[in-house]
Design a protein around this ligand. Structure first.
Ligand code: GLU
Length: 345
């Protein structure tokens, strides 16, 4: 999926500095959409029954710049459930509330090397969830959200994620009911976490809040605004509202860089060079600190649960827009010459 050959010949901007001008970004986003609309690899998720009904052909892309520039292509306004991508934003809210050290102590920041829903990973680590992007760590993180009751915690999450998106996000009741009826494994995580002293209160109630956060309805456009808020040091570039602190953004992006794409997180960082989080409904958002965010949505997933088209399109955009955090010079072609700017191609 992450074959760098896919972007061979794509001229690369430098990662430092600003994005190309608005018109150029717009052109590159349209090109990315066109390039991958005929890709048909992967399979739509079906372990949450309702997700299997998604139209596999849907494909949306969005780029939001920290300066407020907006770029949408294809089905960027199609609504789907945020799923695991919620983990990144709920984690940011938890650090904002409890601080760097406490959340690190309870949830951890290291990769498990195992699937996002692995019970073995929790057992191998003496009940420590290891990081907030696997289900055990995400449920422990949801348990840290302030609120005297699960309903208050839910409102805190819904309103917090809405502030990231710059509009009120709503629960998709159909997705919520479908997952709530089938989430035995997540409920097992709740019990295990409680037995290891990593979750206070009623574990089923915490898992229910987690299930609701995963069923929040978003679009690729929303995800790009949410990601751009992290890229902008916690200020939503569309509404101007400060949602979390700069330090919280830095902590969140560091964890997401190493854990955001399930067991493919290392491959992703190596090839694309950006922190990103994906979800099983087909969304992915990648964040370029100080520049903006790129979001993709398309329901067909690879074996690890990452949208195939979104990965390819974001890979292309990372290169063409110069977003790779580790690139300090523009790409050179086989002769050693600097790649021609896209305009000259
Ligand atoms: N709600 C899903 C779960 O808990 C999220 C999974 C995902 O997007 O990776 O299994």
């Amino acid at each position: 999926m992450l074959d760098p050959v896919a972007w061979q010949g794509v001229a690369q901007e430098v990662s430092t500095g600003a994005l190309p001008g608005w018109d150029r970004v717009e052109e590159i986003v349209r090109e990315a959409h066109l390039r991958y609309s005929s890709e048909r690899g992967g399979r739509v998720a079906d372990y949450i029954p309702i997700l299997a009904e998604a139209d596999p052909e849907l494909f949306g892309l969005a780029v939001i710049e920290v300066g407020g520039g907006l770029h949408d292509a294809g089905d960027a306004m199609h609504a789907f459930s945020i799923q695991s991508i919620s983990k990144m934003f709920v984690y940011a809210l938890a650090i904002q509330e409890h601080g760097h050290e406490r959340v690190r102590e309870i949830v951890g920041v290291n990769n498990t090397g195992l699937a996002f829903n692995s019970v073995v990973a929790l057992e191998l680590n003496d009940g420590h969830p290891m990081n907030p992007m696997v289900n055990a760590g995400a449920i422990a993180t949801t348990g840290l959200i302030p609120g005297a009751t699960p309903d208050e915690q839910w409102v805190c999450i819904r309103d917090g994620l809405s502030a990231f998106a710059g509009r009120p996000l709503a629960l998709d009741d159909v997705v919520y009911s479908s997952e709530a009826a089938t989430n035995d494994r997540n409920r097992a995580f709740g019990r295990l976490l409680r037995s290891y002293g990593r979750l206070d209160g009623d574990p089923d109630a915490v898992v229910d809040v987690y299930t609701r956060q995963c069923a929040l309805s978003v679009t690729a456009h929303d995800l790009a605004v949410m990601g751009a808020t992290l890229a902008d040091g916690g200020v939503n570039p569309v509404t101007g509202e400060r949602v979390v602190s700069e330090e919280v953004c830095r902590d969140t992006l560091a964890v997401v860089a190493s854990t955001g794409l399930y067991e493919r997180s290392g491959d992703w960082l190596f090839e694309i060079g950006l922190p990103a989080k994906s979800g099983v409904a087909g969304g992915i958002v990648a964040i370029a600190p100080g520049k903006g965010a790129v979001a993709g949505f398309s329901p067909r997933l690879d074996e690890a649960g990452n949208s195939v088209r979104s990965q390819m399109a974001i890979g292309y955009l990372s290169r063409a827009l110069g977003l790779n955090l580790f690139a300090s010079v523009p790409a050179r072609d086989a002769t050693g010459a600097l790649s021609a700017p896209l305009e000259e191609k």
